[in-house]
Design a protein. Structure first.
Length: 318
């Protein structure tokens, strides 16, 4: 009986201390780790950090650790204390990377979801010489001429690669992948007609679509995108169930107290919902999302299952 009372008292004391810690959090600056200096993740992180600092009442310092496709940023969080003072905001590479090669982190076991900050679809564009005006016509052409069409892709596991391989699998077509180091050279070869199509970011292809140097057929999101309001989705254009979207999630180290995670979620959501923020996000080439930690966990599980199966079926791995 005495032991039971002592354990109850200890649990109560720990609960009070944890609650008090959460109420006083943060007592010092918070570090938000990202990667891809000057890229989308970096720009998004800086927008979030400015607003979050005001709501938390402490500095939120963006720590850009470019390199390794997010590997450096991910490892810094997994090695950080589980106290809510070290966050990571990066791309889907946080879970795509470990599916393609052995990485020193597990996105499910080593991270605790905070919030899905933003998403970014890609746009399926073709060279004007390709005699199609829709996704259905492109599929028909590809099936009539298997292996004759090339698609420009960045590195393994990047957005154009994922979008292209998923399209091939779901549409049952055979595009030949031509690999580039960056989107600039990929788009340049598309403009010259060396490759026939690519899946590019809305920002990277918008000018060329407007000037009719490429034809935009559809967007890779589940629903029509505010980034490309005039385009249908690929799913609604003849490839049911097709969705290939880049995500920008925020995580903390596994084991971070739930009340701290909820605080970070609520304050970040306030930033995302600021009236001026939507236009800033769209200008950066992403759409604000939001939601709960549980909703991010569901996205994570769904993404790992979908891409894991695709990579396995197609024999894709570094």
């Amino acid at each position: 009986m005495c032991l039971r009372r002592a354990l109850s008292a200890l649990c109560l004391t720990l609960g009070v201390l944890t609650s008090a810690f959460a109420q006083n959090y943060p007592l010092r600056p918070v570090r938000l780790i990202t990667g891809d200096a000057g890229g989308t993740a970096d720009i998004t992180s800086r927008m979030i950090a400015r607003g979050l600092a005001g709501y938390l009442g402490q500095q939120v310092i963006v720590d850009n650790r470019a390199g390794g496709g997010g590997a450096i940023a991910a490892q810094m969080v997994t090695k950080a204390p589980s106290d809510g003072y070290t966050l990571v905001l990066y791309s889907s590479a946080l879970w795509i990377g470990p599916l393609l090669e052995d990485m020193p982190w597990d996105p499910v076991k080593d991270f605790a979801p905070v919030i899905l900050v933003a998403s970014a679809p890609t746009v399926l564009v073709v060279h004007p010489s390709v005699p199609v005006k829709s996704v259905r016509e492109l599929i028909a052409l590809a099936k009539a001429r298997p292996g004759a069409l090339n698609y420009a892709s960045g590195g393994l596991g990047g957005a154009p690669h994922l979008a292209g391989e998923l399209f091939k699998a779901k549409a049952g077509v055979n595009f030949v992948r031509v690999t580039y180091k960056g989107s600039g050279s990929a788009v340049a070869d598309l403009l010259s007609g060396y490759v026939q199509l690519t899946f590019g970011s809305a920002a990277s292809v918008a000018h060329y679509v407007k000037s009719q140097r490429v034809k935009a057929l559809a967007v890779t999101s589940a629903q029509p995108s505010a980034l490309t309001p005039d385009l249908p989705t690929i799913a609604a254009s003849g490839v049911p169930g097709y969705v290939a979207v880049g995500y920008y999630p925020m995580f903390v180290a596994a084991g971070t107290p739930v009340n701290l995670i909820n605080r970070l979620n609520q304050e970040t959501l306030r930033v995302i919902n600021m009236p001026e923020m939507k236009q800033q996000f769209l200008a950066a080439g992403v759409e604000p999302v939001g939601g709960t930690p549980g909703e991010l966990a569901s996205v994570l599980a769904s993404e790992i299952a979908m891409w894991g199966k695709l990579f396995s079926d197609a024999g894709i791995r570094k």
